[in-house]
Write a protein that binds this ligand. Structure first.
Ligand SMILES: NC(=O)c1ccc[n+]([C@@H]2O[C@H](COP(=O)([O-])OP(=O)(O)OC[C@H]3O[C@@H](n4cnc5c(N)ncnc54)[C@H](OP(=O)(O)O)[C@@H]3O)[C@@H](O)[C@H]2O)c1
Length: 512
C-alpha cells in the first residue's frame, strides 16, 4: 500500500494549469486558517504547478513582506508538523503578493488588473485566474461587478478573452430563496455558470465523497437502498462548541441556514440520489437536484408538526459551565434564532416513498460528531421469539463523517452459550486503519478541483435554489409562529420534543 493513497491518487491526476489565485478577504480568518495552509500543502506535495501566484486583496494597507509574514504565522499555526527549518517556505513565499483595495472602488480593480499583469509577466504565468471570495456575502455582487468593469471576469463571450477566470464563492449563499435567486442573477449577469464554484466544504470531505463509492462501487448495498428495505435515515451534525465569539453573525443566521440548507441537504442528496449516467459534474448534479426537487414541501402553517427548533440554555460541557445562547456576546436577549433543529423530510419518488429522512443539528451538544445512519427494516418474522428479537435493534449502516471517519454495519449475532440470545455487534471500517493516513483537509481537494475546472463537488445554481425552496417555507412558518423556540440545556442532546418526529415503530434518535 502507498504511504499516502490520497496524495498518490492526486498525483495521478493532471496537474492544474499554472494560475494566479486572488484571495478577496486576504486578512480574514478563512484565508489564514484554511486557504493559505491548503495552498501551502498542495504546493509542497507537488500537486500544483510550481508556476503559481497568490495575491491577497483586502482593505488594510500592507506590504508584500508584511503579508508574507502573516501567512507564515498562519501556516505555523495551521499546518501540523510545519518545520521551521524547511527551506520550502522561502520558495513558496516568493509567490505571495498583497494588493490593498476596497471592494467598492473601481480604480482599485484597475490597479489589481495592472498588478496581475505585472506578476504574470514577472513569473511567466498565463492569464489564468481563480478569484476566491473569502468575504462576507454582501460583498459577492460588488466584487463580481468590480471584476467585470475592469474586464477581469472574462466570460467566454468576451472576444479578447485569454486564459480562464473562475470564481469561488463562500457560504452562506443567500439567506432565503429570494436572496439566493437574486445573488445567482447578479453572478450570472457577468459570468457563465461554468465559471462559478459555490463552495460547500462538506463535499470536500472524503467520507462524504465515499458515499458514492459505497453505493455505486459495491453490489451489496444498492439492492437494499430503497423503501422496500430501509426504514428511515437519520443524519446528525452535532457540535459541542457554542457561537465562539461570532454571536453577532450567528444570531442573523441560525442552524437552519448555517448547517441544514447547505451541508445537510447536500449529504441527503448524495444518500438518496439515483446512480448518475457518468462520473461527470453535470451528470452527478442532475441526480442530486432531482432529489432536492422531490423533497416534500412543508406548508408554513404545519411547520411545528415537522420541525423542532430550540436554543441552548446554560449547562455543563466536558465539566465546564457554559452560558446560555441569549447570554452570549453579540446575541440579542430576546433572540428567537435557533441553535438546534430537528426535522422530518420526505423524498417523494419511487425509491423513497414512505421513508422518512430525519435530520438534526445543534450547538452545545455533548460532542462533535457527524454521522449518517441508514436504518433497515426489521425481519418480517421474529424467528427467535419476541424476547430475543426485542433486545436487538434493527440493522443499521452508519457512515461516520467526523471525527472518526469510517463506516460500520450493525447486526445481530448469537451470544455464545446454550441459550438463543441475540445481541447487536458491529463490523467496522476506519479510514485511518485501512489507509494508514488521516483524510486530507476538505479545502485542499476543493481548491485543487476549482483550479482544474472540475465542478463536481460544487453546488450548481438549481441545487442551491431547490434547497432554499424547502428551507424558506420553514423560515416563513417560524416568522408567522407566535411560539418561541424551545430551550435545551447545553451539554444535552437537545429538547425531548425532537423524539416526537418519529412515529411509533421507527424508534428514536440514536444515542451517539
Ligand atoms: N472563517 C471560517 O472558518 C469560515 C468557514 C466557512 C465559511 N466562511 C465564510 O467565508 C467568508 C469569509 O469569512 P472570514 O471569517 O474569513 O471573514 P473575516 O475574518 O471577517 O474577513 C473579512 C475579510 O474581508 C475584508 N474586507 C471586508 N470588507 C472589505 C471591503 N469593503 N473592501 C476590502 N476588503 C474588505 C477584510 O479586510 P480588512 O481586514 O483589510 O478590512 C478581511 O480580509 C464568509 O462568507 C464566511 O461565512 C468562513
Amino acid at each position: 500500500m502507498s504511504e499516502n493513497p490520497f496524495r498518490e491518487g492526486l498525483s495521478r491526476r493532471k496537474t492544474p494549469e499554472p494560475c494566479t489565485i486572488v484571495l478577496f478577504g486576504a486578512s480574514g480568518d478563512l484565508t489564514q486558517r484554511k486557504l493559505v495552509p491548503a495552498l501551502y500543502n498542495l504546493t509542497r506535495e507537488g500537486l500544483l504547478s510550481p508556476k503559481l501566484a497568490i495575491v491577497g486583496f483586502a482593505r488594510r494597507k500592507k506590504t508584500n513582506d508584511q503579508f508574507r509574514h502573516e501567512m507564515l504565522e498562519s501556516v505555523r499555526k495551521n499546518v501540523p508538523g510545519f518545520d521551521e527549518k524547511d527551506l520550502f517556505w522561502a520558495e513558496f513565499s516568493k509567490t505571495i503578493f498583497y494588493q490593498t483595495g476596497a471592494f467598492d472602488s473601481a480604480e482599485e480593480y484597475q490597479a489589481l488588473a495592472v498588478r496581475l499583469d505585472d506578476i504574470e509577466r514577472a513569473l511567466g504565468l498565463p492569464p489564468n485566474r481563480l478569484y476566491y471570495l473569502a468575504t462576507a456575502p454582501e460583498h459577492f455582487g460588488t466584487i463580481v461587478r468590480g471584476l467585470d468593469a475592469a474586464r477581469l471576469a472574462r466570460p467566454r463571450s468576451d472576444p479578447d478573452r485569454a486564459g480562464w477566470a473562475r470564481i469561488v464563492v463562500e457560504k452562506p449563499f443567500g439567506r432565503d430563496l429570494e436572496s439566493a435567486r437574486s445573488l445567482n442573477r447578479e453572478l450570472l449577469r457577468v459570468l457563465e455558470e461554468k465559471q462559478v464554484f459555490r463552495i460547500d466544504h462538506y463535499l470536500g470531505k472524503e467520507t462524504v465523497q465515499n458515499l458514492m463509492a459505497l453505493r455505486f462501487a459495491n453490489g451489496i448495498f444498492e439492492p437494499l437502498w430503497n423503501q422496500k428495505y430501509v426504514d428511515h435515515v437519520q443524519i446528525t451534525v452535532a457540535e459541542s462548541i457554542g457561537v465562539e465569539g461570532r454571536g453577532g453573525y450567528y444570531d442573523q443566521a441560525g442552524v437552519l441556514r448555517d448547517m441544514i440548507q447547505n451541508h445537510m441537504l447536500q449529504v441527503l442528496s448524495l444518500v438518496a440520489m439515483e446512480p448518475p449516467a457518468a462520473l461527470e459534474a453535470d451528470a452527478i448534479r442532475d441526480e442530486k437536484v432531482k432529489v432536492l426537487r422531490a423533497l416534500r414541501r412543508i406548508p408554513p402553517a404545519d411547520v411545528d408538526l415537522h420541525v423542532v427548533r430550540a436554543q441552548y440554555g446554560a449547562g455543563t460541557i466536558l465539566g465546564r459551565l457554559v452560558p446560555g445562547y441569549r447570554e452570549e456576546e453579540g446575541v440579542s436577549q430576546d433572540s428567537r434564532t435557533e441553535t438546534y433543529v430537528a426535522l422530518r423530510l420526505s423524498v417523494d419518488n419511487w425509491r423513497w416513498a414512505g421513508v422518512p429522512f430525519l435530520l438534526r443539528s445543534g450547538k452545545r451538544l455533548p460532542k462533535r460528531t457527524t454521522e449518517i445512519c441508514i436504518q433497515f427494516k426489521k425481519p418480517p418474522l421474529s424467528l427467535f421469539g419476541e424476547q430475543a428479537a426485542c433486545t436487538v435493534s434493527p440493522n443499521a449502516l452508519i457512515v461516520n463523517v467526523q471525527p472518526d471517519e469510517g463506516i460500520s454495519l450493525r447486526f445481530g449475532a448469537k451470544v455464545p452459550g446454550p441459550e438463543i440470545e441475540v445481541r447487536q455487534v458491529k463490523m467496522d471500517f476506519r479510514y485511518g486503519d485501512s489507509f494508514g493516513v488521516p483524510s486530507p483537509e476538505a479545502y485542499e481537494r476543493l481548491l485543487l478541483d476549482a483550479m482544474s475546472g472540475d465542478s463536481t463537488l460544487f453546488t450548481r445554481r438549481d441545487e442551491v435554489e431547490a434547497a432554499w425552496t424547502i428551507m424558506t417555507d420553514i423560515l416563513e412558518g417560524w416568522g408567522r409562529s407566535t411560539t418561541p423556540p424551545l430551550t435545551y440545556a447545553a451539554g444535552s442532546w437537545g429538547p425531548e420534543e425532537a423524539e416526537k418526529l418519529f412515529s411509533g415503530h421507527e424508534g428514536r434518535w440514536r444515542r451517539l
